[in-house]
Design a protein around this ligand. Structure first.
Ligand SMILES: Cc1cc2nc3c(=O)[nH]c(=O)nc-3n(C[C@H](O)[C@H](O)[C@H](O)COP(=O)(O)OP(=O)(O)OC[C@H]3O[C@@H](n4cnc5c(N)ncnc54)[C@H](O)[C@@H]3O)c2cc1C
Length: 486
């Protein structure tokens, strides 16, 4: 699939979506499946914002249960099952062991009750049945876990996904239904017309500006949402950092939940790796400047080493990591981890819709509610939403190129991403399409090989290759170079 501006500019669209993260992708699929003439622009690569920097969980949010946010948990729990149904390759059941240490975190009886409720909130059918573990059973399940003070544990289920792949496969699904999608194209500004909006966009590859007309515009720009002209969104951004280490250093069959004050952290098995995360701190800088700081690394290693004392993880064990921003609705109160993860859909001006907040898990529902509201506002007679009933893609379309684990490292895979998935830069392939950059300890060598293949496929010169390799530096993956073991 080639990048083509002509599809966006040839005739007026029904809907133009700004932002190619999970929220924008969900909107594009829903609108296209209802037969609307749909366009989407993304200023960088698809999924390059928060939607490739999450904990990769499809979850109701066990900690929101403790905060009494039952409606939010139920909504997301139902959605996690929906995603398991429509995208099974990107929604695997994952068991979590949540140990209880009296005096720190929740008492065991409360956790036992909580996980039963958690199962019930998935319409009674969670992705697996929760259970209660004695101290001995908990230590058998997670041998390296701190034994001192351990009372027992609960085991419950959520879904494990690949956030960037979920965006890309949702976009592939929407393109198959006729949506026109363009990465490296930035929204500049818009003028209201009697029919909708006349938008000026800039192709970041050529520097040329173009006009796109649309009956309705959806601002789905995540952490950038309040910066977009005409936006009525007020955000509070919080930063979350994840680190990746070898699973040999922290052998975990199930994911493990750790408590740190009022917060919880996860140790998540990911093939030969474990993902450790996350932090949650207020962030005031520009969204594109988000970076992992030494104190983020110290915090995560400290928390993990407290619960896995024999692991003695250090900076030298870190293979990679990422930092992302939660685009949370600013309600003017609360500590970072207390701010609601609920979403907001708002008509800021006639035919201009801001969609913000929410979670990866609830993206499909956010799209359904938004397109319902736009269709009602425009008095369009569109068919009802059908995104929960149809698979994202067929098994043949995803085999070997999309899944929770990175695909095998091969020239064929790289060719597929360039020809079928809009990859134009090396980091598009190494980070978003495959996660190779995060997964492999020899990511640098892999990037050099992939660059050679892309040079053949896309006709890059030696200077192009050097430039592309520079884009794949650790700074691109939001880690400070001197914090990474090479
Ligand atoms: C650390 C962390 C962990 C998380 N873990 C989970 C989890 O486990 N499960 C879960 O359900 N949720 C999780 N979330 C939340 C979830 O990741 C986000 O809610 C979701 O990814 C936000 O998607 P988005 O599309 O709104 O934003 P983004 O993914 O940031 O997409 C917005 C896009 O808009 C583009 N854009 C901005 N301005 C313009 C412009 N002018 N023109 C064109 N394009 C523009 C940006 O480049 C960007 O790609 C987590 C979030 C964080 C930060």
């Amino acid at each position: 699939m080639n990048r083509s501006l002509a599809d966006l500019t040839a005739e007026p669209l029904d809907v133009l979506i700004i932002g190619g993260g999970i929220v924008g992708a969900g909107m594009a699929r829903d609108a296209a499946m209802r037969g609307l003439k749909t366009g989407l622009i993304e200023q960088h690569d698809f999924a390059s914002g928060t939607s490739s920097r999450s904990s990769r969980l499809l979850h109701g949010g066990i900690r929101y249960l403790a905060q009494g946010r039952i409606g939010l948990v139920r909504e997301a729990s139902v959605e996690k099952r929906t995603l398991h149904r429509i995208a099974p390759h990107l929604a695997e059941p994952l068991a979590f062991i949540f140990p209880s240490y009296p005096g720190a975190g929740w008492p065991l009886w409360q956790m036992r009750l909580g996980v039963k409720m958690y199962d019930l909130l998935c319409s009674g059918h969670n992705l697996g049945k929760s259970s209660s573990l004695s101290k001995a059973e908990a230590l058998q399940a997670v041998p390296q876990l701190k034994a001192e003070g351990l009372a027992g544990a609960v085991r419950y289920f959520d879904g494990f996904t690949n956030d960037a792949r979920l965006v890309l496969d949702t976009l592939r699904s929407s393109a198959a239904r006729g949506a026109s999608l363009l990465n490296y194209c930035q929204f500049q500004n818009a003028v209201r017309t009697t029919e909708g909006w006349r938008c000026e966009v800039e192709d970041q590859r050529t520097g040329l500006r173009h006009v796109v007309q649309a009956g309705a515009v959806i601002n789905a720009t995540g952490p950038w949402a309040q910066k977009v002209p005409h936006s009525g969104v007020r955000l509070r951004l919080t930063k979350g950092v994840h680190l990746v280490a070898s699973r040999e250093r922290l052998p975990a069959r199930d994911a493990v939940v750790l408590t740190a004050g009022r917060r919880i952290l996860f140790v998540i098995p990911w093939g030969e790796r474990v993902i450790l995360g996350t932090t949650d701190t207020n962030y005031a800088g520009a969204p594109e400047d988000v970076r992992t700081a030494p104190e983020d690394i110290a915090y995560l290693l400290g928390a993990v080493n407290e619960f896995f004392p024999s692991a003695r993880l250090s900076c030298g064990d870190i293979i990679s990591g990422w930092a992302g921003l939660r685009p949370l609705i600013d309600d003017g109160q609360g500590a970072a981890s207390d701010i609601s993860r609920a979403h907001e859909i708002r008509r800021a001006e006639p035919n201009w819709w801001d969609v913000a907040g929410g979670k990866l898990t609830t993206y499909r529902l956010m799209a359904q509610q938004t397109i319902d509201q736009i269709a009602a506002d425009k008095r369009w007679t569109t068919p009802p939403c059908s995104t929960a009933g149809e698979p994202l893609l067929s098994q043949a379309e995803t085999a070997g190129v999309s899944g929770i684990l990175p695909p095998p490292f091969s020239k064929e895979a790289v060719a597929h991403y360039c020809r079928e998935e809009w990859a134009v830069h090396l980091d598009d392939v190494m980070f978003r399409r495959t996660s190779w950059q995060y997964y492999y300890a020899d990511a640098r060598q892999k990037a050099e090989q992939a660059a050679e293949w892309m040079a053949e496929l896309l006709g890059w010169s030696d200077e192009d290759v050097a430039r592309e390799l520079a884009r794949c530096q650790p700074s691109m993956m939001s880690l400070l170079p001197d914090q990474v073991a090479t």
